[in-house]
Design a protein around this ligand. Structure first.
Ligand SMILES: Cc1ncc(C[n+]2csc(CCOP(=O)(O)OP(=O)(O)O)c2C)c(N)n1
Ligand SMILES: [Mg+2]
Length: 337
């Protein structure tokens, strides 16, 4: 395993650091307000899984990729979509089931999608998108366009059979994929220690397939970015997939209907005391890059952006009923000789 050092920091400019901090704030605020709309306003239906606490994983890793690289993830997808640059308006409208949503209001929380930005979902079947990532990476390799596909999944997904078939094929064919397992210690209410024969997920996900692996603190934003940069260079050079175990923690229950009673209050309190957004704010303050006033201004600008997104979503029209029959099948594209 490649041992990543927490002390090693990449060369991050102040401008880049502020963009990343603001993205994490935006994701946090987006979900806080969406939760209110769900609980109090009854404006959002269906499943709703929050990313709160895991923000540095998506922001740091996506921040280290090229704009034309592909991103694919599971149903806990708000953070990845916003980190990829999807607008809060398109995301909020999706949650409210409006035609202006990123998936025309047909997908909801679990199925954010933005093909223009290379954001390929939002997938609800645990582990189901991992073979898709291999397909996406195969296409990149076939075209020789140098794009990598970053594929996020949870610790629970590592127990799915097709995931291992895909890992094997990706490694055999040296496909340009970066696998990021977001180890938040729980799969619904089941802790990792009750579901995995070994707690080191690189042993289960990387070792059998000969993939280089990193095991890092995913809540260290700059370490997440640096590690992804190295992984992307490896995958892009034709050397095959890389596996990153990003250790993190989710603040909320599995979904909005889960009070999370299966974990100790002390465990959650400890995680919240080390809130990655506050930690990063303090890092930037210590570097002299940010004052308390500047932090307040950033939070205010994020709050304003989210309120605008809510107003946009509320004012948008729902999709007409006949549109339910659209986007079900696609016209097959058969390449000509
Ligand atoms: C194939 C399949 N089995 C079961 C489920 C039900 N289910 C939804 S989420 C989940 C837990 C997944 O946990 P993990 O992979 O750790 O991701 P996290 O929720 O922690 O992000 C399960 C079992 C499902 N969606 N798909
Ligand atoms: Mg999990």
């Amino acid at each position: 395993m490649v041992q990543a050092q927490t002390e090693v920091k990449p060369n991050v400019t102040r401008a880049q650091a502020l963009i990343w901090l603001r993205q994490m704030m935006l994701i946090r605020r987006f979900e806080e307000r969406a939760e209110m709309l769900y609980q109090k306003g009854n404006k959002i239906g269906g499943f709703f899984h929050q990313y709160s606490g895991q923000e540095p994983v998506a922001v740091g890793s996506i921040g280290a990729l090229r704009d034309d690289d592909y991103v694919i993830t599971a149903y806990r997808d708000h953070g990845h979509a916003l980190a990829r640059g999807m607008s809060a308006k398109a995301g909020m409208a999706e949650l409210l089931g409006k035609a202006s949503g990123c998936s025309k209001g047909k997908g909801g929380s679990m199925h954010f999608f933005d093909a223009e930005k290379g954001f390929l979902g939002g997938h609800a079947i645990v582990g189901g998108h991992i073979p898709l990532a291999a397909g996406v990476a195969f296409a990149s390799k076939y075209r020789g366009d140098g794009r990598v596909c970053i594929c996020y999944f949870g610790d629970g997904a590592i127990n799915q059979g097709p995931v291992h078939e895909a890992f094997n094929m990706a490694a055999m064919w040296k496909l340009p994929v970066i696998y990021v397992v977001e180890n938040n210690l729980y799969a619904m209410g089941t802790s990792l220690s009750r579901s995995s024969s070994v707690l080191d997920l690189t042993i289960r996900g990387a070792t059998p397939y000969g993939m280089p692996a990193y095991q890092i603190n995913g809540n260290d934003l700059e370490l997440m970015a640096e590690t992804t940069r190295e992984a992307a260079a490896h995958a892009r050079s034709g050397e095959g997939p890389v596996f990153i175990e990003a250790q993190t923690y989710r603040y909320k229950g599995h979904s909005i209907s889960d009070p999370g009673k299966y974990r100790h209050k002390e465990e959650l309190d400890e995680a919240i005391r080390n809130d990655p957004i506050i930690v990063y704010q303090n890092v930037l303050k210590d570097r002299g890059w940010l004052s308390d006033e500047a932090i307040d201004d950033l939070w205010q600008s994020v709050k304003d952006e989210i309120e605008e997104a809510i107003a946009f979503a509320e004012e948008s029209e729902p999709l007409p009923l006949d549109a339910l029959y659209e986007d079900i099948t696609t016209t097959p594209h058969i390449p000509q000789e």
